[in-house]
Structures are given as C-alpha cells and as structure tokens.
Design a protein around this ligand. Structure first.
Ligand code: TYM
Length: 340
C-alpha cells in the first residue's frame, strides 16, 4: 500500500440486496476511475448498517452482495483494498475517540439524522443513528484519506469529518490527521427517484418503481424506466426546476453513454417522451447486464469473495493500527508495554 499516491477512501452500507443506480453513478463509477491515480480503499460499512437493526442473516448476505457489486463494477482487488468495516476493529475505537471531540449540537444538526429520527420518533431512534456521522469520520480519518468520492447526500457528513480533522490538528498538534477533500461530481451527484423526481433515488426510501436496481431483472428495470413520471409538457429539454423527471432521465442517459446532455436533447428534438424512455431502457439494460452477471458470479462464489475481503482487511490493518496508536498517544493514553 505504501507509495506517494494520494489516498482515496469511500464506503457503502449493506442495507439492501442490490445497489441502486444512484450509488452506482454518484459514487461507484468514480471509485473505479480513482483507483488508477490513487491508493484506493473501499469498504462495506456493516457497523453503520446495524443502526437500522437488520436481521443477522440478511446483514451477512447483504454485506457479501455489496462487496460483490463493487467488484462487478470494476473495483479491482489487485489495485484497491476492498474490505468489511467490522474486520478492522480500529474503526469503532477511533469513532469513540472522535465522539469526545464532537459537540452534541454539531451532531444534532446533521440533516440525515433529523430526517431519520423525525420519521422514527424518539422511541424508535437509537443512539447509533445519532453517532453515525462520527463513525463515518473515523472511517475516513483512520486512513489519512485525501479524497472521498460520494454523492451529494453525504456532503454534510464530510464537512463534519473535515471539521473534526481540523479540530484534532489544532488540539493535538499538526499532522494528527489528514483533512479529507470531498469528490462530488456535479452532474451525477444526485440521481432522482423515477416516480418522485424531486427526491433522491434511495435504497431505503424509494418505492420499488422509483428505483433502478443493479441486480434487478432487466425486464423490471426497463419497465420502471418506461413508466417514469414526467410532466404534462411534450418537449424534451433539460430543466431541473420544471422538468425534473425528464432532466433525471437525460442525466442517466448522458452518464451511461458518455454523451453530452445537449447532444441527446438535439437528437430527440421533435420526438416524444416515450421515444426517449424506450431508448434509455435499452441503454440501461445493456449497460447493467454485464455488471449484473459479474456480480452474480461473485455472489455464487462466497469463498473467493471472502478471500478478497480478508486480503483487503489485511492490507489496511497496519494503516489503521498506526493511525489509532498515533492518536491514542497524542490524547494521552498509556500505550501497553509489549510483553517480553
Ligand atoms: P450509502 O450507502 O447510503 O450510499 C453509498 C453512496 O452512494 C451515494 N448515493 C447517491 N449518489 C447519487 N444519487 C443518489 N440518489 C444516491 N444515493 C446514494 C452516496 O452519496 C454514497 O456515496 N454514510 C455513507 C456510507 C459511509 C461512507 C463512509 C462514505 C460510511 N462511511 C466513509 C464515504 C466515506 C452512506 O450511507 O452511503
């Protein structure tokens, strides 16, 4: 892992059987690109997923499925470390340390916490949901991360990570941790729900018809695109304010084909929304089919997958150990003496 390349770290929660297109275009596509130029570490954050109280067997299955989809998307385990968060116990330990540097009000201001706890009510909200962004900061700071590729919805959490990093450097001395930079690609930072195009596409909140799931049956993917909500107008144009549905479809089209939105708009001049949807359904299915097939191959080879994950944890372990030891020392914890 050593080298002069800047480090990239990012992660996803194993909270569903399949990733959705927002995870893919907002983050995973960038992960794959960044592994060419960066020292890359990508995690399945199973400890974060505990905040939604999953069934044990479901969590185990989804952890492997999530890792399988990273690999299927092009994350290459010979160049990147792919690992499971709970395999590296320093994440939880650093989260505790960071929680003592985090203000209560600061954590309470996180909009994702406010949204989730608002929906669940006080009795349904666990403390893990509240400290979730602190564990996320620990994930990032543990590896002296320079760059964090994520979608727009993680921006505020990343700001907290940066604030904590700066605070640690002020209080514990320069060089305590690296201050991470967000990597958020404007065009694909937020992919919207197909049925409610003013809301983000989301594993937990979208209805089945609002989602494009990577591991779904291609026929269902195509059907969802063809029945995407649009507006009562007929002109195909990019206008996020007034044509949220069509703009979202154009964004997806552009991201998957690499063509500029203006090009696509010009091609469909005078055509109906239906034409665009039918063609986009083909584009999406063609794009996702090989990803789907590769993911299923990994899912059907759990031993090989577990080996990749064990290798990944082994690669990152020493970095995590060093960072935690450095910080434990700087805050004044007595290091255990090696036994003779
Ligand atoms: P998670 O698992 O909800 O989502 C994984 C990634 O997908 C992005 N994303 C989207 N991007 C564009 N449009 C969408 N509709 C969309 N939906 C999701 C997310 O922004 C994210 O990049 N807290 C994180 C997981 C995490 C993490 C970390 C990320 C834990 N520790 C450290 C980076 C670094 C989360 O819940 O992502």
């Amino acid at each position: 892992m050593a080298g002069m390349k800047p480090r990239v770290f990012s992660a996803m929660q194993p909270t569903s059987d399949s990733l959705q297109l927002g995870n893919y275009l907002g983050a995973l596509v960038e992960w794959v690109k960044l592994q060419d130029t960066h020292d890359a570490i990508y995690g399945v954050v199973d400890l974060h997923a505990l905040t939604v109280s999953p069934k044990p067997e479901v969590l185990r299955e989804r952890t492997r499925r999530t890792a399988a989809q990273f690999l299927a998307a092009g994350v290459d385990p010979s160049r990147s470390a792919v690992f499971v968060q709970s395999h590296v116990h320093e994440h939880a330990e650093l989260a505790w340390l960071l929680s003592t540097f985090t203000g209560f009000g600061e954590a309470a201001r996180m909009t994702q916490f406010k949204d989730k706890s608002g929906a669940l009510g006080e009795s349904g909200t666990n403390v893990g949901l509240f400290t979730y962004p602190v564990l996320m900061a620990a994930d990032i700071l543990l590896y002296d991360t320079n760059v964090v590729p994520v979608g727009e919805d993680q921006r505020q959490h990343l700001e907290l990570s940066r604030d904590l990093a700066e605070r640690l450097n002020t209080r514990l001395g320069e060089g305590a941790v690296v201050v991470p930079e967000p990597h958020i690609v404007k065009e694909t930072a937020k992919i919207y729900d197909l049925q409610e195009p003013d809301k983000k596409m989301s594993k937990s909140f979208s209805s089945p018809k609002g989602l494009i799931e990577i591991l779904d049956d291609p026929k269902k993917v195509a059907k969802n695109i063809k029945s995407a909500a649009t507006d009562s107008d007929t002109v195909i144009a990019f206008d996020r304010e007034n044509k949220a549905g069509i703009s979202n479809l154009l964004t997806i089209y552009s991201a998957l084909t690499g063509r500029a939105v203006e090009d696509i708009v010009a091609e469909y001049e005078g055509k109906m929304y239906g034409h665009l949807k039918v063609d986009l359904a083909d584009v999406v299915v063609e794009y996702l089919t090989p990803v789907h097939d590769r993911a299923m191959d990994w899912i059907e080879s759990p031993d090989a997958l577990d080996e990749v994950l064990a290798d990944g944890a082994a690669k990152v372990q020493s970095i995590a150990r060093e960072t935690l030891a450095r910080l434990y020392d700087r805050v004044g914890l007595v290091a255990p003496r090696p036994r003779s």
